[in-house]
Write a protein that binds this ligand. Structure first.
Ligand code: NAD
Length: 346
């Protein structure tokens, strides 16, 4: 159990940033020093209502944000002087421009999956490579889909069952908050090349994975659906495979027999369980349809893209700062604080 506290800030208070900020606040060993952004709309007004210290991420935004009525504590450079770690949750490509700034301020930095692996030279999924992130200056938490792939395939690998994996990803069109102006409608759009980037991205965490992904975008906003066909190292039973998934963190089972028959049913379940924002941090894997034939297993799971990377980001803070050197301890601490489970309902 860690006995000190690190000072953390979030740059980019959007879909991922606001969830990361809440998750930092929930940890016993972290202090959320502030959040930075460039907008003055309802997002920052909520941050203010929640009592979070707000900073302007760009110096030229300070006056504009103050003029909107927000209380601004200063610019990003002021915030960087007060913290040990920054979690950059800005839109794809902006994080890359911020790394030198963080480096200049001599703080550690965590980026999200929209940035490239090459930016930090390290891509992170807690259960797979926590140790290699210990003490690093920076890392990148991989995307939502890649996080789910690494969680599930490393569960099978750790049980000695994984030979090769082939997956089809049906991605959501856009996030709900921006569905007034983006996202496809009444169609399904296959990606132009195979493999889609998620397979190679999973190999940036576990290089030896034999994995190929095919992806498409569909006309809905509620999360992603994966369908996997995995060749095992030996003939196995359904119980062997379920036991492998049960032994791994952050995978929980959904059951059609409980009425959880589609992406929308899970959203309802999470909301009814009182999850903040109706979030599912776990990979939600359908237990009843999982099928094993000889040395092959077939299964589907749901990835709540807005939430799945949040626990990984918290673990990345502990790994970079060496607040906790043991991955299992960090994962347990994060999961306890958030309410991550392996069983949604009995
Ligand atoms: N949305 C998802 O499902 C999801 C899942 C996993 C990973 N990610 C990754 O997380 C990162 C953030 O994505 P998001 O969906 O939260 O984006 P978002 O658009 O919801 O939020 C980004 C926030 O950053 C702010 N911003 C814009 N320019 C800025 C700047 N120069 N400095 C500071 N803040 C700035 C925006 O105002 C917004 O509040 C991306 O790398 C993305 O690929 C997103």
């Amino acid at each position: 159990m860690a006995n000190r506290s690190v000072r953390v800030a979030v740059n980019g208070y959007g879909v991922i940033g606001k969830r990361v900020a809440d998750a930092i606040n929930a940890q016993p060993d972290m202090e959320l020093v502030g959040v930075a952004d460039v907008v003055s709309d309802y997002r920052m007004k909520v941050a203010e209502a929640l009592g979070l210290p707000i900073y302007a991420a760009l110096p030229e935004k300070v006056d504009e944000m103050r003029a909107s009525g927000l209380t601004i504590q200063g610019a990003l450079d002021d915030l960087l002087k007060r913290i040990d770690v920054i979690v950059d949750c800005t839109p794809k490509g902006i994080g890359a421009r911020n790394l030198e700034r963080y480096r200049g301020a001599k703080i550690r930095s965590i980026f999200q999956g929209g940035e490239k692996h090459a930016l930090t030279g390290h891509s992170f999924v807690a259960q797979a490579n926590y140790t290699s992130a210990l003490g690093r200056e920076s890392t990148r938490v991989v995307s939502c889909n890649t996080t789910s792939i690494v969680r599930t395939l490393s569960a099978l690998r750790d049980a000695g069952l994984l030979k090769k994996a082939r997956g089809v990803l049906v991605r959501r069109a856009t996030d709900p908050w921006e569905s007034d102006h983006s996202g496809v409608m009444n169609t399904v759009v296959p990606e132009k090349s195979v493999p889609s980037h998620q397979g190679p991205d999973a190999q940036s965490v576990i290089p030896e994975l034999d994995v190929v992904t095919i992806a498409m975008v569909a006309a809905h906003t509620t999360s992603h659906l994966h369908a996997w066909s995995v060749e095992l190292t030996r003939e196995a039973t359904k119980d062997d495979v379920l036991a492998a998934f049960r032994a791994a963190p952050r995978i929980a089972f959904l059951r059609a027999s409980d009425g959880i028959v589609a992406l929308n049913s899970t959203s309802e379940l999470m909301a009814d369980l009182g999850r903040p924002r109706g979030d599912m941090w776990e990979v939600g894997l359908w237990e009843d349809s999982l099928t094993v034939t000889g040395n092959e297993v077939f299964y589907t799971y749901q990835v709540y893209n807005q939430a799945i990377v949040v626990p990984e980001t918290i673990d990345a803070v502990r790994a970079l700062t060496e607040l906790e050197r043991d991955s299992f301890e960090s994962i347990a601490m994060t999961d306890r604080a958030l309410g991550v489970t392996r069983q949604f309902i009995n």
